[in-house]
Every structure is written in structure tokens, then in C-alpha cells.
Design a protein around this ligand. Sequence first.
Ligand code: SF4
Ligand code: SF4
Length: 215
Amino acid sequence: MSVKPVHRPIARSFKKKWVKEAAAHVRAGGHAFVWETDKRVLFVFQEPAEDNPDDFGAWGIYDMAKWKWNVETRGALKGLAWTLVPRDCLWIAKRRVERDSIHPGPTRKVAFDCTDCAACCRDNEVILQPSDVERFKEGGRPELAKPPYARRDKDGKLVLTLLRNKRCRHLQQDNRCGIYELRPHPCSEFPMGSECCLFAREDVLKLYDGLLPEA
Ligand code: SF4
Ligand code: SF4
């Protein structure tokens, strides 16, 4: 975890008739929600590069429990990625747009101090991959994949355990990761300034990078 400035996309809403403007916003680095009806909404972003695990577009759909996108082949959105926003996530679309309504332009430069935050290390379910278990073994810490450090959830996935106060068991008092060199993939890939990062900061710390939510 470290401080490094990033340019995060600004989320905007567009009616369907303004799809060209939505495409221009995305091509300039932003994220667009295109409202075809009040229930059918496209989330539009630049196609993620396969070799970029930090891609803000891809991370923009993960907190809607989506992992795949389409790439449009025609029309104003040609070449851009999109996915349908699940109906139970429409509030996420509205909240992102509300949050960003005070920011001008298609992107915004942010630099958070992760050691002053650690929101993503609290009340977060970190799922361990086989490669994480292997790395723990190679690093001389095979116990990290077993209780009390890890447990099986109801779906059989191996997850890191939390302390009673919801902090990750490995989060030290200075907010640094106690197993930083061996930390699981989901931790090392969590990009600062991504929608998942912004959501964690709002949810856990009530820190808002933009307009506060309406009461
Ligand atoms: S929530 Fe974001 S800023 Fe906070 S520690 Fe995680 S990546 Fe860093
Ligand atoms: S393992 Fe480290 S980086 Fe991952 S959640 Fe725990 S404290 Fe944070």
C-alpha cells in the first residue's frame, strides 16, 4: 500500500438521446451511465486492457457483482465496453453520479494515503486463490491458509478471517499489512481510486470523494 496519484474516471448520467455525448465522455476517460429506460441502464467504459489488473472500468463493474462486459461493434458506442446495470444496483449508478456531480471534466486526479485509510482491509471478504495458498507455503507461512487466519465460507471458498472489530487479522495498528510481501492477490490488485476503493472509503470511513449522499 502506498500513495501514488491516479486519474480516476468521473461518472455521468446520459439519456439515450445523448449517447454520442456519453461516448465522448468515455473516450476522454470518464464513465457513463446511459439510461435507455428508468430500469434499463448501460454502464459504458473504455475496453479494459487484458494486461492491466488495475483497470478502472473493470473495477467499476466488480462492485455490481459483474465480471464480464460486451464491446460494442456499431453505432456511437462502437469500440467501447458496456454492461447492463443490474436492477438492484441502480442505486450504485445514481450514487456515483451524485458523488461526481461536483467534479468538472471526465477524470479527476486523486492520491489517497492507504496507510491513513485501510478501509479495504476492514469488513472485507478476501477470497484466497490456490496461488495465494502456494505463496504462503513458499514464503514459510503455510498456516496463513488455515484457522485462525483463514476459514471456509458457506460456499466452500477459503477466506481470510476478520477480528471482532471487522479489521483484517493482518492489519497492524499502524494500518500497514502484517503480511505485505505475501498478501493475497485480491489485496495486491485492489487499485486506489477505483470504484471499489471509493465505496470502501464511503462505507467504512464515511470519506467521500465528492458530494455527500442525500440523507
Ligand atoms: S480503500 Fe483505497 S485508499 Fe483505502 S487503503 Fe484501500 S486502496 Fe488504499
Ligand atoms: S491481508 Fe493485508 S492487505 Fe489484505 S486485507 Fe489483510 S491487512 Fe489488508
